[in-house]
Design a protein around this ligand. Structure first.
Ligand code: AMP
Length: 433
């Protein structure tokens, strides 16, 4: 199927062509006509499936008739709200809005915490049709009287499961109560848990469902291998793999912020240029790290799950799970960074004796066993007993944007508001149960 058959405006087709996309991805093929038909939608799809264009293209098309170049704020009321769990995802989604909306004069802006609120207020007051926001800061703007949703037509909840994991449920409910009842609502989530279904049944009207399961997306194109290794020898094995195979552009996942920092420092000592990216880094620091990684100045980017959400890195060749995630679904998110939109990639997992249960959970979710490859000289010592997994304080999964953290007023460096990085409901440890 080609994009031409989806009934999109020439302005959108032109922007899509300029991106070099030849054909719509499965989620785009299914979602675009439903959204254009005005249906509410539940989309099950993770990063890497092309879901952002799947909702952005029809959204832009629906708003296009009222696009105008007037300077009057009244001519640019808020028509669409896109809620995301993290600032990175908000930035990425808004970049997509700009990219695909290049030839349509609609205004868009991002709203998230951890940065000065004033420029956001200015943008809102000037008039903006599409607002991409994290929940906490959006509510701050509401309290300050900066938002008028009376002309809103469309609400999109992106990565809804992650928003719930991060404890945003009450904020989301508050926001939903501010919006006109007559609207179109789209909900995207990597998983359809009972909680998500509950949320959907409350706020979506007769939704159509579109499901892109992991098995027919990126996961299929990604060569996945498990390297069994001892806990204490993971770093040496990682350095060995990178150096012996001359790998570059390697995205490495750790469970905690502290672990990300430590690993990055150690890799540097091994002569492997690396940087860590997580919730304690300021927004400019993260953007710089990402740019250096994309342009090849940094060979290895060490990230926590939350920090990596929403990073738009195309066709990443290598993803390494230095530690397996506590929640099996996060494995799918992680490997979704590679083999994106048709490109092949590989995902290596360094697995020690402590993580056998986590590996089983992942294999269950994938409905297949992952191949195991013991690297010569790194075979695990069977006499080493399993130990409980250290998840850091409050699970410390690296929560950029976790809970209310970054969404509450400017804090230098975007550091979490409280030690422990968020409110109690944001404990990642609580998610896997
Ligand atoms: P997403 O799942 O929205 O994060 O998108 C994943 C990546 O796929 C992004 O880098 C997009 O630029 C890219 N992409 C989206 N749609 C297509 C398409 N139809 N063909 C090729 N690449 C695409």
């Amino acid at each position: 199927m080609s994009f031409d058959t989806l009934g999109l405006l020439p302005e959108l087709l032109r922007a899509v062509r300029e991106q070099g996309y030849e054909n719509p991805t499965p989620i785009q093929e299914q979602a675009i006509p439903l959204v254009l038909a005005g249906r509410d939608l539940m989309g099950r799809a993770q990063t890497g499936t092309g879901k952002t264009a799947g909702f952005t293209l029809p959204l832009l098309q629906m708003l296009a008739p009222s696009a105008n170049t007037s300077a009057s704020p009244a001519r640019h009321p808020i028509r669409a709200l896109i809620l995301t769990p993290t600032r990175e995802l908000a930035l990425q989604v808004e970049e997509s809005v700009r990219t695909y909306g290049k030839y349509i004069p609609l205004r868009s802006t991002t709203i998230f915490g951890g940065v000065n609120i004033n420029p956001q207020t200015k943008a809102l007051r000037a008039g903006v049709e599409i607002v991409v926001a994290t929940p906490g800061r959006l509510l701050d703007h509401h309290q300050q009287g900066n938002l008028n949703f009376s002309h809103l037509d469309v609400l999109i909840l992106d990565e809804a499961d992650r928003m719930l994991d991060m404890g945003f449920i009450r904020d989301i409910q508050k926001i939903l109560n501010l919006l006109p009842a007559k609207r179109q609502t789209l909900l995207f989530s990597a998983t359809f848990t009972d909680e998500i279904k509950q949320l959907a049944s409350k706020f979506l009207k007769d939704p159509a469902t579109v499901q892109i399961t992991p098995t027919n997306t990126a996961a299929e194109l990604v060569r996945q291998v498990v390297h069994p290794v001892d806990r204490e020898r993971k770093r040496a094995l990682l350095a060995h793999l990178i150096q012996s195979r001359n790998l570059s552009q390697v995205l490495v996942f750790t469970r905690t912020k502290h672990g990300a920092n430590r690993l990055s420092e150690q890799l540097d000592k091994d002569g492997i240029n690396s940087m860590a990216i997580h919730g304690n880094k300021s927004q400019p620091q993260r953007i710089k790290a990402l740019e250096d990684f994309k342009n090849g100045n940094v060979r290895v980017l060490v990230a926590t799950d939350i920090a990596a959400r929403g990073l738009d890195i195309d066709m990443l060749p290598h993803v390494v799970n230095f530690e397996l995630p506590q929640v099996a679904e996060d494995y799918i998110h992680r490997i979704g960074r590679t083999g994106r939109a048709g490109a092949e990639g590989e995902a290596l997992s360094l697995v020690c004796v402590d993580e056998h249960r986590l590996l089983k959970d992942i294999e269950k979710l994938l409905r297949k066993d992952l191949p195991k490859d013991v690297i010569q000289g790194y075979a695990p010592d069977p006499s080493i007993p399993a130990e409980p997994i250290q998840t850091g304080r409050q699970g410390g999964g690296g929560g950029g944007g976790r809970g209310h953290g970054p969404a509450r007023g400017p804090r230098p460096g975007g550091a979490p508001a409280r030690s422990g990085g968020g409110r109690p409901s944001a404990r990642p440890g609580a998610r896997g149960k």
